[in-house]
Design a protein around this ligand. Sequence first.
Ligand SMILES: [Zn+2]
Length: 91
Amino acid sequence: MALRKLSSAGRFGTRYGRRIKQRIIAVEKIQKSKQKCPFCNKLSVKRISSGIWYCKACDSKFAAKAYDPIIKAEAKVEETSEEKSTEEEEK
Ligand SMILES: [Zn+2]
């Protein structure tokens, strides 16, 4: 019980089950803490709403993922699309 009170999912008490609360903890950890800005690299990015992030330091508002502003996934998508295009060339 004491451990549950420490986390953000503690507000649900004994309801909704353990696994779903663990997922909420993982999401809210990123959502509620300040994140690194992709423009100025300062830890001052806050989530305004789903997918919208705001950096206090350089006053920039930008779109990213719904629950975290790190746009690492985009680089991965580019890599896979390049792979696909080479596959098409082989055909
Ligand atoms: Zn910034």
